[in-house]
Design a protein. Structure first.
Length: 239
């Protein structure tokens, strides 16, 4: 992006602190959020979801395809495995057919990226994360951590967040199997939080007391990424 760095990014820490003090406590989130959002948009690529003529649609409502590695990995459904481990009574090692054999759960929510774009009423179908945790006999640990087979992205939720109704291991997006670009064959969908919590190309789920962790969180974003109540943004909630 060509946007010049904001003053608070160019000045020394002392200058930044003075600026924040001048603006008052309430402005800290907004200022920090703006700088961070610029950083996120510059790291990710300009890929779109490939919808033909998407740019000609009257709304700007389309997914941007994000990948921090610069490429789109892929495991075909036949080769796909999802492991659930850590503090569990029994390890799960599930294939795509195992996930498909479970009663599907669907939900429809807006999807919002912390950089500002939002897609209304997106339907997701998959398996409730809570059901997989129960099946594995997850201990009452503090966190659930997620890793991606892209080899780089990772995320975490508190156990309480992970057990919410609106957190899925998603298999379908708008009634069709998740594409490679959207993180198939299975990704996380954390409906009430900003998109960066919804890890793509899901490979492993770990129940642990160690955390929290997260790729973007390590770069300054909020762990508790509620839409409209974090990262200095006041978007309408998605749930
Ligand atoms: N593995 C992985 N998962 C990821 C990301 C990523 O770069 N890599 N980007 C996140 C961000 S910031 C958003 S907004 C959503 C975007 O989902 P989409 O690429 O399907 O539109 O994926 C999230 N999950
Ligand atoms: Mo995002």
């Amino acid at each position: 992006m060509t946007t010049p760095a904001a003053p608070e990014e160019r000045t020394a820490p002392v200058g930044r602190r003075a600026l924040l003090a001048a603006l008052g406590l309430g402005a800290i989130g907004v200022v920090a959020g703006a700088g961070l959002q610029r950083r996120l948009s510059s790291v990710i690529g300009p890929l779109t979801d490939g919808t033909p003529f998407a740019d000609l649609l009257p709304t700007n409502e389309r997914f941007r395809i994000y990948t921090v590695t610069g490429s789109l990995p892929w495991r075909p459904p036949e080769a796909y495995r999802l492991r659930v481990g850590g503090q569990v009574e029994r390890l799960l090692d599930l294939g795509y057919a195992d996930l498909r054999a479970r009663p599907p759960v669907s939900l429809t929510r807006d999807f919002q990226c912390v950089t500002g774009w939002r897609v209304s009423d997106v339907e997701w179908t998959g398996v409730r994360l809570r059901d997989l945790l129960d099946e594995a006999g997850a201990a009452d640990a503090a966190f659930v951590r997620f890793s991606s087979y892209d080899g780089a992205y990772h995320e975490s939720l508190t156990m309480e967040q992970a057990r919410r109704d609106d957190v899925l291991v998603a298999l379908d997006l708008r009634g069709k199997p998740l594409t490679r670009a959207h993180g198939g064959p299975a990704r996380l969908l954390v409906a009430p939080m900003y998109g960066y919590k919804s890890l793509k190309w899901l490979e492993a789920i770990e129940v642990t007391d160690e955390g929290p962790t997260g790729y973007w969180e390590e770069r300054g974003y909020a762990h508790d990424a509620w839409v409209g109540r974090s990262n200095g943004r006041n978007d309408p909630p998605t749930s």
